[in-house]
Design a protein around this ligand. Sequence first.
Ligand SMILES: [Zn+2]
Length: 159
Amino acid sequence: MIVKCNKCKEEINKEDLEKNYYICPLCGKLNRMPAKNRLQMLTEKFDVMFNDQEFTDPIDFPSYKEKYESAREKSGETEGVVCGRGTIGGNDTCIFIMEPNFMMGSMGTVVGDRITALFEYKEQTSGYRIYSFRWCKNAGGRTVTYADGKGFSSSQKTQ
Ligand SMILES: [Zn+2]
């Protein structure tokens, strides 16, 4: 499969881009790395958790449902974050990684719910040497996050 570099717009074999950690071999630009690829690079094993929350649009944002469904199709993910438990260097680790191909990993209510659930899980199992780890690169919160406040409460509660 052929993809285009986000910077130089040259065509690159997708497999070559993946082998080069999403760095363009022609111009050196770090292209967007899907969450699942980053997890494969980072962990020995990984199990997705809290993947069953349903779409919500508490402020009835214009065209939000259509954008949401388009993002799901484009990214292959169900939201802007992937949460779960895996191992890094043999250590049990709770991980959340923003999905850049899902609205640039922006934060809606489901993202807040998932991250909150992951930190609550981590707290409940802290006796088992579980670490939390996050990898964020996103464009910021969606309007619904501010209306709901979950994006803020989840991070404030755990820091
Ligand atoms: Zn390039």
